[in-house]
Design a protein around this ligand. Structure first.
Ligand SMILES: Nc1ncnc2[nH]cnc12
Ligand SMILES: [Zn+2]
Length: 322
């Protein structure tokens, strides 16, 4: 039982958190046939590529500022209900553009959702703008430029997500330079679908303070030592990794081995309903399948706050609550 533990989440894609029932209602509202992507209350995909396609299609039924406010509020309310005090949501202005809403209205809706949730429960949230590799390198630069120029105090980070097998991290350096120059925190999806080389690429080309997943670093023990020495924080999403068959089962998942090697690890849910998980379940897995004590779980939560893309005053206030 982990309900009593305060929780923090650093890695959750907003559209990836869309409850199937809400998506169903949205599809009905707009007369969109979603039966290829959502059946029997579950999202339908069979591998990483088809997951990304499903994700993009599901995103198309969130079309207005209010749709995004509702989606954000719904997810943050769920998190607050399990004792979560801080959440970083990965948002993609490109998804807003693709449905004709536009990046500004997309972000305005998300910010309104944050405001509503915070008013009810006090949950604190920040946004990480992401570029999607499968939308092409130019769009990733566009996402970085958008994040840099937005002047929105809730946008505090920049990420690279999407099809990891498309290009190498070095192809996206310009986007990260733009984000770094704007003072945004940097994180990169690496070592999820691709092997250890992808994590090494991220460190060589960008050296972000955090890496999304990074779990396949375990294939190269020198790289694991490098992560530990650098203090790079891994945003680990065990349920996602098992659903995507990155590892066959929790017994072979490297969360504990990475932690014991001195790597700074945290736990998140990634795209919870797509992967039949939730932040609640990820904390339960940490206690159950991985056998971490409450003190060890609290230490990971503290690591997450230390690595959060927030101002120092907020960080201090959050740390005081663990
Ligand atoms: N797990 C994941 N990896 C890469 N890109 C994503 N976009 C949404 N979920 C993702
Ligand atoms: Zn992710």
């Amino acid at each position: 039982m982990t309900l009593h533990l305060k929780k923090v989440e650093l890695h959750c894609h907003l559209e990836g958190a869309a409850p199937p029932a809400l998506t169903e209602a949205q599809a009905l509202k707009y007369g969109v046939d979603i039966s290829g992507e959502l059946r029997g209350g579950a999202y339908v995909w069979h591998d990483f590529a088809s997951f990304l396609e499903c994700y993009d299609k599901v995103s198309e039924v969130y079309r207005t500022e209010e749709d995004y406010a509702l989606l954000t509020e719904t997810y943050l309310d769920e998190l607050a209900g399990i004792n979560t005090i801080y959440s970083e949501l990965i948002v993609s202005p490109d998804h807003g553009k693709r449905i004709g809403l536009g990046a500004d209205a997309y972000i305005a809706g998300v910010c309104e959702g944050i405001r509503r949730a915070r008013e009810k429960s006090g949950i604190e949230a920040r946004l990480i703008v992401t570029g999607e590799r499968h939308f092409g390198p130019e769009s990733v630069i566009g996402a970085a430029e958008y994040a840099a120029k937005a002047g929105n105090p809730l946008i505090t980070g920049f990420n690279l997500a999407g099809e990891e097998r498309m290009g190498r991290v070095a192809d996206y350096i310009r986007a990260f330079d733009i984000a770094r120059d704007a003072g945004l925190g940097l994180t990169i999806h690496a070592g999820e679908v691709c092997g250890a080389f992808s994590v090494a690429d991220a460190l060589d080309a960008v050296r972000p303070s955090r890496i999304g997943h990074g779990v396949r670093a375990i294939e190269d023990l020198d790289l694991v030592k490098r992560l530990a020495d650098l203090g790079t924080v891994l945003e680990i999403c065990p349920g996602s990794n098992i659903a995507l068959k990155v590892f066959p089962d929790f017994a072979s998942h490297p969360l504990r081995r990475l932690k014991e090697a001195g790597v700074r690890v945290t736990i998140s849910s990634d795209d919870p309903p797509f992967f039949h998980t939730s932040l609640k379940r990820e904390y339960e897995l940490a206690a159950g399948a991985f056998g971490f004590s409450d003190a060890e779980i609290d230490a990971m939560t503290r690591t997450a706050i230390e690595a959060a893309f927030v101002d120092e005053e907020t960080r201090k206030a959050l740390l005081a609550r663990i």
